[in-house]
Design a protein around this ligand. Structure first.
Ligand SMILES: [Zn+2]
Ligand SMILES: [Zn+2]
Length: 390
């Protein structure tokens, strides 16, 4: 029986898991219930090992194939955390936690990997080990980095690693991938412009930090338009501006916050340096000081060429070549699976979520019809990548 049919046989079970996870969202590393749910399911499938507490609240399941010729291992990663967003739809399985919901579909990602685990533990038609990685804190917490720093790759002998994200607007039953950068780096910045506060009627005695910050904001928009090769991609966005609280006082300090996104580490270094220079020197020109601090960074998610072709070939075997886009445009959002791809070769793929609201929108919901496709891709990736010896 083709893998897709076999997994479709328990699609209703997967849907029940997904709805349970959806009703009980958890944030960042505080995913105790979700991690417990995952570990309990993995044990019930008969996984050879279930290890909790990796990268604080990450869970790893290991399934050994019936072949014993190799000790190779492939890692498959799902993220498990939700978002601080109030759900608005009145779904029967709607979030039971006020102000929190699965608005990025990580409940679906977790379900698809559990579906593959159930299938692989039953069939075991491969030689080596499937390492199932359930990662916390994708939404800004760097859980991918935490698991890598906790020795994920070494402890489980992972030789290559793969990830997947649902994409609203892409048809169910389709996949998309590309070699090289598929998602951007992101760096949060905080700029502090320090002038000299004073009376609004006596500007000659002050250094107007609001005016200086305004020049800084305008100048930052020259980086992408004037310093970057036009065929490369970068975004500089100033997203908050905090200054003063009176009509008649020139404030001492202005704080700007925003993000930089790029599709290459060289560009990332270049843009960061330009921001620091513009901020410091524009401020100095006005007699103020300007300081830039960076934090909350994710590197570029960079697909490795051979593993990208392999993953696309597996997808084509499941859904047909006509349903696989091998050269999808990259996205300027970021993803902490990038830390895993820095340590091991692998690839990150998009899976169609059909006609749903966009990611991080309060109307969003993962499409249960997509789950058998994702679970089948994971299962076939293991069977193809770790074939039984003749
Ligand atoms: Zn997200
Ligand atoms: Zn996500």
């Amino acid at each position: 029986m083709p893998v897709l049919e076999r997994i479709r046989d328990f699609a209703e079970t997967m849907q029940a898991w997904r709805h349970d996870l959806h009703a009980h969202p958890e944030l960042l590393y505080d995913v105790e219930r979700t991690a417990g749910f995952v570990a309990e399911k993995l044990r019930s499938f008969g996984c050879d090992a279930v290890v909790t507490g990796i990268g604080r609240t990450g869970v790893v399941g290991v399934i050994r194939g019936k072949g014993r010729a190799s000790n190779r291992a492939i890692g498959l990663r799902a993220d498990v955390d939700a978002l601080p967003i109030q759900e608005v739809r009145d779904l029967p399985y709607r979030s039971t936690v006020p102000g929190m919901m699965h608005a990025c579909g990580h409940d679906g990602h977790t379900t698809m990997l559990l579906g593959a685990a159930k299938y692989l533990a039953e069939t075991r038609d491969f030689d080596g080990a499937a390492v199932l990685i359930f990662q916390p804190a994708e939404e800004g917490g760097g859980g991918g980095e935490a698991m890598v720093e906790d020795g994920l790759m070494e402890r489980f002998g992972i030789e290559s690693v793969y990830g997947m994200h649902n994409i609203p607007g892409m048809a169910v039953g389709t996949f998309a991938v590309r070699p090289g950068p598929i998602m951007a780096s992101t760096d949060r910045f905080t700029i502090t412009v320090e002038g000299r506060g004073g009376h609004a009627a006596l500007p000659q005695n002050a250094v107007d930090s609001v005016l200086v910050a305004s020049h800084v904001i305008i100048a930052l928009q020259s980086i992408v338009s004037r310093n970057i090769d036009p065929v490369q991609s970068a975004v500089v966005s100033v997203c908050t501006l905090e200054a003063g609280d009176a009509f008649n006082v020139l404030p001492q300090t202005v704080t700007l916050r925003g993000t930089v996104r790029t599709l290459s580490s060289a560009l990332r270094t270049q843009v960061r340096a330009r921001i620091e220079t513009l901020v410091a020197e524009i401020a100095a020109g006005f007699g103020a000081t300007g300081v830039t601090e960076f934090g909350g960074s994710y590197p570029v998610t960079e697909n490795h060429p051979a593993e990208t072709v392999f993953m696309a070939d597996v997808a084509a075997a499941v859904v047909g070549e006509e349903n696989v886009d091998r050269a999808v445009a990259p996205m300027m959002t970021a993803e902490d699976f990038s830390y895993m791809l820095e340590r091991r070769p692998g690839a990150y793929m998009f899976i169609g979520n059909g006609d749903s609201a966009s990611l991080h929108h309060p109307h969003y919901d993962f499409n249960d019809a997509a789950a058998p496709y994702g679970a089948s891709l994971w299962a076939r990736l293991i069977e193809t990548g770790l074939p039984l010896q003749a």
